[in-house]
Design a binder for this molecule. Structure first.
Ligand SMILES: [Cu+2]
Length: 148
């Protein structure tokens, strides 16, 4: 790893820490105290790789930051459990329209975000008469930053 990229990584980590501190000061503690913001790095092959785990009723991490116009490879996995879950982002206007049922076997979704913005990822399931899984906490934010 070059010194430059090491410096960038350290700065990125410092910024993320500062951002979560600022958030913590201004809003009540989130339901999942262990939630983290994950900022994807661009791998040597030019792909941003992100792994998200879903379960009853959460996604981890629940805030992912990627860059626009750089391919994203999103690997989604479900924690072992009886309740089926899914993963969806429906933002075709930003080049992102993915849906899959979750499995304990990782599934890979590929897309290239074309527009900056904040887009929800969520589980589409709901058991009749009950709150949707999304309402119960299976929701996160994919934040797409403008490319430099
Ligand atoms: Cu679900």
């Amino acid at each position: 790893m070059s010194t430059m990229s090491m410096t960038t990584r350290i700065l990125t980590a410092a910024c993320a820490a500062a951002a979560s501190l600022a958030l913590a000061a201004s809003v009540p503690l989130p339901a999942h105290a262990d939630e983290a913001v994950y900022r994807a790095a661009v791998d040597a092959d030019g792909v941003q790789r992100v792994a998200i785990v879903g379960g009853s009723y959460f996604f981890r991490p629940k805030h992912v930051i990627v860059k626009a116009n750089v391919p994203v490879e999103l690997t989604v996995t479900q924690e072992p459990g009886m309740i089926p879950h899914s993963f969806e982002i429906n933002a075709p206007q930003a080049g992102i329209a993915v849906h899959t049922e979750l499995s304990t076997t990782p599934r890979t979704l590929r897309f290239t975000p074309t527009e900056p913005g904040r887009f929800a990822y969520y589980c589409t399931h709901r058991l009749l008469f009950f709150k949707s899984h999304r309402e119960r906490g299976m929701e996160g934010v994919l934040e797409v930053e403008a490319s430099p």
